[in-house]
Design a protein around this ligand. Structure first.
Ligand code: NAD
Ligand code: WQD
Length: 339
């Protein structure tokens, strides 16, 4: 059975990917410092899959600690989810973001070299297309100018991984550029559990729905878009997780560097998200319109053709599924993983 190391695997996307990999016959090992997650997420993965999961609590930046994982397990491929991801916080604490996100990547690459592991999949982001590329984004476009340090860490890590693969022809790298992951596992046992005030739209909507926040502020309704609010390519996290399984199948039999957009290719506006959430879940979401949020682009969505052509992957779930599954997770876990 092929062994996949999930760095940051207890987090939102990592936990859903762990479930899909296990269900597809892979053995997963999780390494996480629980800085933005908790061991309960690993327990829930075990509950959903009925399989026990080996998990290491460690900081990926700590190379000596990470070496233990590689020593104790014959790893076939790494998926690198471990990173800090709050855009606003990255503006306030850029050094923390550069240190954590870049160093985790270097630590993983050094251990992989030391232990002869030749496959790495990286959690990149649509943010690398920057401000100047037109939508829909294709993988052939050059990386653009980011509006925040978080985005720059993704640009830099993509470059580091490409350079490493250029230097070592046996090293295979897959860069997965996620669009806007939302939703939760249909069991309602795992989902997104942000610490403090949510930065992202869907967890904020879910917390208004469950009564933890009074109202949603929609950031700007004067954009040059059909209804004046920003449009994004929202993707169900389970579809995204299945994209990782396809990427693992691919990387185990191919060499070189490949980039894939993981999105649906269809944008929805903020207003459409709120309305769909209300209709599907038969409730009202208290909301007001406010100022634009600095750094927001009017539109961001994928051309998702390459993932279909090369990986045979496309999304299957609808926006209604995303809204229903988010609410199912939130209502069953009003305080996230905390009891
Ligand atoms: P998350 O915060 O839920 O998961 C990241 C995990 O990494 C957490 O469990 C955290 O504890 C762990 N981690 C962070 N630094 C670590 C370190 N130094 N050592 C060990 N563990 C560490 O975030 P997510 O939404 O699951 O995102 C996963 C990856 O995907 C991130 O790299 C993120 O930047 C990227 N991404 C996320 C989105 C999104 O909207 N969620 C979009 C594009 C890209
Ligand atoms: C979506 C839309 C907001 C909150 C971010 C990162 C990106 C990627 C995904 C990691 C926007 C609006 C939001 C609120 C609102 N992450 N909104 N009220 O900004 O598209 O992408 O997460 O790589 O890099 O930048 O996602 O969910 O924050 O916002 O009106 O309270 O919802 O203005 O139009 P975004 P988001």
């Amino acid at each position: 059975m092929k062994k996949i190391l999930l760095a940051g695997g207890a987090g939102y996307i990592g936990s859903h990917t762990a479930v899909e990999l296990i269900n597809s016959g892979y053995d997963v090992i999780i390494a996480d410092n629980y800085s933005n997650s908790c061991p309960e997420a690993v327990r829930r993965i075990e509950e959903i899959t009925g399989k026990s999961v080996k998990a290491y609590e460690l900081d990926i930046k700590d190379k000596t600690a990470l070496e233990t994982v590689f020593k104790e397990n014959k790893i076939d491929a790494v998926i690198h989810f471990a990173g800090l991801k709050a855009v606003g916080e990255s503006v306030a604490k850029p050094v923390l973001y550069y240190r954590n996100n870049i160093d985790t990547t270097l630590s993983l690459l050094e251990c992989m070299e030391e232990f002869g592991v030749k496959n790495i999949i990286f959690s990149s982001s649509a943010t690398v297309y920057g401000e100047e590329n037109p939508v829909p984004y294709t993988e052939k476009m050059k990386r653009g100018t980011c509006t925040n340090p978080y985005g720059w860490t993704k640009v830099m890590m993509e470059q580091i991984l490409e350079d490493a693969a250029n230097a070592d022809k046996e090293l295979s790298v897959v860069l997965l550029r996620y669009f806007n992951p939302i939703g939760a596992h249909e069991s309602g046992k795992i989902g997104e559990d942000p610490q403090g005030i949510p930065n992202n739209l869907m967890p904020y909507v879910a917390q208004v729905a469950v009564g933890r926040r009074e109202k949603l502020t929609i950031f700007g309704n004067d954009y040059d878009t059909p209804d004046g609010t920003c449009r994004r390519d929202y993707i169900h996290v389970v579809d995204l997780a299945k994209g990782h399984v396809k990427a693992i199948d691919y990387i185990l039999s191919h060499e070189g560097v490949e980039i894939f957009n993981l999105g649906t290719g269809t944008p929805y506006s903020v207003t459409e998200i709120v309305e769909t959430f209300e209709n599907v879940n038969d409730m009202k979401i208290n909301h007001v319109y406010g100022d634009r949020r600095p750094g927001d682009l009017p539109e961001s969505y994928a051309n998702a053709d390459k993932a279909l052509e090369v990986l045979g992957w496309k999304t299957e779930k609808t926006l209604a599924d995303m809204c229903r599954d988010t609410w199912n997770w939130q209502k069953n876990n009003p305080n996230g993983y905390k009891k």
